[in-house]
Write a protein that binds this ligand. Structure first.
Ligand SMILES: [Ca+2]
Length: 132
């Protein structure tokens, strides 16, 4: 399991197998920070992540996400509080979101808001399958 923080821009910069959080709208089209993770993060400030040079740093990604892409095969839950608290935003495998409003301005409701994230098995349900 891996989490890393890099400077990257563009929708296509998001690697397969990871959730990519972007610090700026429109997938950092004008540059910015990304956090790439395939592990749960209960605290988007203090979680240990790899930096560009491979050293471990604090994520420092609390309340700054402005767009996001889920390229995992799992369901992404983005929570407004630490430790998976609050009502999450859900992105299915392959989905993405940009937190700007119809005027292209950053949205007060979703933008710069998320503090923890969890990846859940898609369609798992924990009950051992369907009813046949
Ligand atoms: Ca932001």
């Amino acid at each position: 399991m891996t989490a890393r923080k890099l400077q990257k821009s563009g929708f296509d910069a998001a690697p397969v197998g990871f959730v990519t959080l972007y610090s700026e709208p429109y997938f950092n089209r004008n540059g910015g920070w990304v956090l790439e993770t395939n592990e749960d993060i209960s605290h988007l400030n203090d979680h240990s992540v790899q930096s560009q040079d491979g050293s471990l740093v604090s994520a420092g990604f609390n309340d700054i996400t402005s767009s996001v892409r889920n390229r995992t095969d799992r369901v992404l839950r983005l929570y407004p509080n630490f430790n998976f608290k609050g009502v999450p935003l859900t992105l299915l495998p392959g989905e993405s979101a940009d937190f700007t409003d119809e005027d292209g301005k950053e949205s007060g409701w979703y933008d710069n808001r998320y503090s923890s994230l969890r990846l859940e098995t898609y369609g798992g349900g924990g009950e051992g399958g369907g009813r046949g």
